[in-house]
Design a protein around this ligand. Structure first.
Ligand code: SF4
Ligand code: SF4
Ligand code: SF4
Length: 575
């Protein structure tokens, strides 16, 4: 242990502890900006400077280790002046138009400037020009970048390395590492750089106006689907607890906005299980197609495989993501139920995800009627902005039931939003398809939890199935390398690009210094536990769509509407 004094308090902490953590251990808060524990501890912004007796220079508390006998002052006049000066300099290079920033009210720099009582900037403004395209799902606003480098670290953790420090000296800034534009890069569109940016310098493309236009078009029938993970997060900015931020309350808000039909992506999560589970059994028992089978419901992961490991593309399940299955079903099966021309349907999805904004625009995703199966994808953050723009107070509205028949999903579909959920749901139904009877719904719970790479084996009617589950692309990268090197062998692999799966998705509400997946995932599992319908194959609407329309899993019609060829489009650097 190391003994020191911080602001007059005696502190004893383990060797190697930073001054920042040592101060925190005795309830002393040192402000930070670029710091993110375990990810970015570089002291770049110099907001966390402190005074150490006997030292002339003010060290950054986040990356300076405690020393025996140290006397630290975290809020002396010298420290306060230096901190204020550093923030003023940052502000002079930041486009401080907070009123038109998506992060207004949820911005670390805005809060810091307020906390430090900065009321004017005594320096000339010099901010960079915004030069990135506004049409790509991910947009960078250089004018708002504070060069904290969190995005560089996060993207490296995601094994994509899109961002880097560019230029030198006073011109040093953060930019693309080795491509000319974001469109030409191998960005997986996981959105994790957005959720880890302390300011509004990384944002998703805003698609809310397209939805508002459709809602105001009397010729359009507006249909919206809500992804499983949305129910764990949409209420957070409104202060709604998870039990109050129900999917039915969100349905109510969407109906007030004017949507004609509100449905549940859990329904097509169940449909995905029927198709992907059947495909897995075919590959396993009939030797048809490559093993291990990789799940394909995460378009961030699909983009990663195509750009980084093209040799594994044929291992991806041909099943479309639940979002795209829903779009195809809405403009075919449901259009027939309504008796309308599918081109009149405007199909919106609410997703935790940026990659799905790209996915819906893939030209091949138009199987229902030739138009895009999904017209617009809104992130959770965008739908929350729409709710606010409509002056809806979600705390004061009543729950409204989702529409039928596409508004019903099983507990298995519900847990798709958390890492391991797709695998668990698939195994529940694969067991049934092989044995004709249901397993204990919790029989496959070994694949739950936040660990980056999990593996397990299960016995299904005498056959041993070897499975692996990874979340976060850095873990996916390690797993693929191990498969390539012959170090591991699996039959079925689930990968979600975002840490913790979609609950930690790049389109979810942002909380400073907080990875939210560990808090959000249990919400989905609790909901699953309390549902009577816990198997995809028992969903009555799934039974109905097969009986009335698709025939059976992997039928010709199912193949046409619910499966895709991953070679039908290319990543910029794909051969
Ligand atoms: S874009 Fe955001 S996370 Fe990246 S360096 Fe700039 S401020 Fe930091
Ligand atoms: S979206 Fe993901 S892959 Fe793309 S730049 Fe950001 S962190 Fe990297
Ligand atoms: S994990 Fe979910 S939110 Fe993240 S990229 Fe994949 S589908 Fe999108």
């Amino acid at each position: 242990m190391v003994n020191l004094t911080i602001d007059g308090k005696a502190v004893s902490v383990a060797e190697g502890t930073s001054i920042l953590d040592a101060a925190k251990s005795v309830g002393i808060n040192i402000p930070t900006l670029c710091y993110w524990k375990g990810l970015n501890e570089v002291g770049a912004c110099r907001v966390c400077v402190v005074e150490v007796e006997g030292k002339k220079r003010l060290p950054a508390a986040c990356n300076t280790a405690v020393e025996e006998g140290m006397v630290v002052r975290t809020n002396s006049k010298k420290v306060r002046e230096a901190r204020k000066y550093n923030v003023e300099l940052i502000l002079s290079e930041h486009f401080c138009h907070c009123t038109t920033c998506v992060r207004s009210g949820n911005c670390k720099l805005q809060k810091l400037a307020n906390d430090l009582n900065i009321l004017e900037i005594p320096y000339e403004y010099h901010y960079a020009e915004d030069r990135y395209s506004k049409t790509f799902p991910l947009n960078r606003l250089d004018s708002r970048c504070v060069k904290c480098m969190r995005c560089i670290q996060m993207c490296e953790k995601q094994a994509c390395n899109i961002w880097d420090l560019v230029n030198t000296g006073s011109r040093a800034t953060v930019g693309l590492s080795d491509s000319y534009t974001l469109e030409e890069s191998n960005c997986a569109l996981c959105g994790q750089c957005i959720t880890h940016c302390p300011v509004g310098a990384l944002i998703e493309r805003d698609d809310t106006e397209k939805v508002v236009d459709a809602l105001n078009d009397p010729e359009k029938i507006t249909i919206v689907q809500i992804a499983p993970s949305i129910r764990t997060a949409w209420g957070e900015p409104f202060g709604l607890s998870a039990d109050k931020a129900t999917v039915e309350r969100l349905c109510s808000a969407l109906k007030i906005m004017g949507f004609n039909y509100v449905f549940d992506t859990n329904f097509t999560a169940d449909l995905t299980i029927m198709e992907e589970g059947s495909e897995f059994l075919e590959r396993l028992t009939k030797n048809e197609g490559k093993l291990p089978l990789f799940t394909s419901c995460c378009p961030g992961w699909v983009r990663f495989v195509k750009s980084h490991y093209p040799e594994f593309v044929d291992n991806l399940s041909t099943a479309k993501s639940p979002q795209q299955m829903f779009g195809a079903v809405a403009k075919s099966y449901y259009a027939e139920i309504l008796g309308v021309d599918p081109s009149k349907i405007f199909s919106v999805s609410i997703m935790p995800c940026l990659a799905k904004k790209h996915e819906c625009a893939i030209p091949a995703m138009n199987d229902a009627c030739g138009d895009p199966d999904v017209d617009v994808v809104l992130t959770t953050r965008e739908v929350d902005r729409l709710i606010r723009a409509e002056q809806i107070d979600p705390c004061k509205i009543e729950d409204v039931a989702l529409d039928m028949p596409l508004g019903i999903g099983s507990g298995a579909g519900n847990i798709f939003g958390a890492t391991g959920g797709v695998m668990e749901a698939a195994l529940r139904s694969a067991y049934y398809l092989v044995t004709g009877s249901n397993p204990d719904p919790d029989a496959f719970k070994d694949v739950r939890g936040q660990k980056g790479w999990k593996e397990s084996t299960f016995d299904i009617n005498g056959t041993t199935v070897r499975v692996a589950v990874a979340n976060g692309l850095g873990n996916a990268d390690k797993l693929l390398k191990a498969i390539k090197a012959g170090e591991v062998e699996y039959d079925f692999v689930e990968i979600m690009a975002c840490p913790g799966g979609c609950v930690g998705g790049g389109g979810q509400p942002i909380h400073e210094q907080c990875e939210m997946a560990p808090e959000r995932a249990p919400v989905l599992y609790d909901q699953d536990k309390n549902m009577t319908l816990r198997f995809s194959h028992e969903n009555p609407s799934i039974k109905a769509i097969y009986e009335d329309y698709l025939g059976k899993p992997l039928s010709e019609k199912s193949h046409h509407l619910l499966h895709t060829d991953h070679h039908a489009w290319k990543m910029p650097n794909e051969e």
